[in-house]
Design a protein. Sequence first.
Length: 311
Amino acid sequence: MGRRDNETTVTEFILLGLSSNPRIKIALFGLFLIVYLITVLGNGLLVLLAMVDPRLHTPMYFFLGNLSVLDICYTTSSIPQMLTHCLSAKSTISYARCFAQMYISLFLGMTECLLLAMMSYDRWVAVCNPLRYTLIMSKKVCIAMASFSWGSSLLLVMIPSLTSQKSLCGHNILDHFACEVQVMLKLFCSYTRINQIVMFATSILTLLLPFGFILITYARIIAAVLKMHSAENRSKVFSTCSSHLMVVAIFYGTAMSMYLQPQTKASSNHDKFVAVFYGTITPMLNPLIYSLRNKDVKHAFWKLAWKKRYL
């Protein structure tokens, strides 16, 4: 009865954020506003270029467009709230909004893991089976692969949301800037072991298995590249694949350091730093990495800019 009473008392959560110092909060507001604008504009531009430029109507840019849409949604689920809280004396979020934010960010994070794995498969087919590339990576196949990434992630989020125990012992203070699932687990007072097992199993399915798949595909890509006699072809392949590898290293490295570590009830600044990196910095870096290192994207941008200039 006491546990049930405690559950009903939690109607909102208090987010401690990254700092309680007013000056630091103002500085963080400016920083995250710039990060958010670059993220939305950069990813939005990539989506636009992939839609309007015929040269970018390829499987690689189809998946990149999906990734850009995902990154816009991912940052929008947390950064606007962070900006509001930086200007507020008390940072609170309702019970429903907090759990909604937790499951939405979890869903989008899982989808990104799977999409990056799909992109590595696309690169493997392009390098190792160039003559059959258009046949293997047809439009229907690409749509099916993207749909699988989004759909399976949604299913993997719905199962824990329906089966996990959410008994809160009246505690409503989150030492974080958003309702991250790992932080929320620290507030659960019952069956936390079951919740952790479910989360760990989900992490294996959406982190370790896709990451292992990416390692295998790139091992085969490297083996195929080393057999190429043309230095120009090798350079072109490495240039195309290096952008994807950089994104994979940044995203998976930070995500695995967060979700595969042993969980404790204590909070740490390390968790918040890692969450800032994969939740805000990585989505901003993705369009920069792909645009600055990709001749097709730069060509499409200048083509669009030149056309707009003379309209």
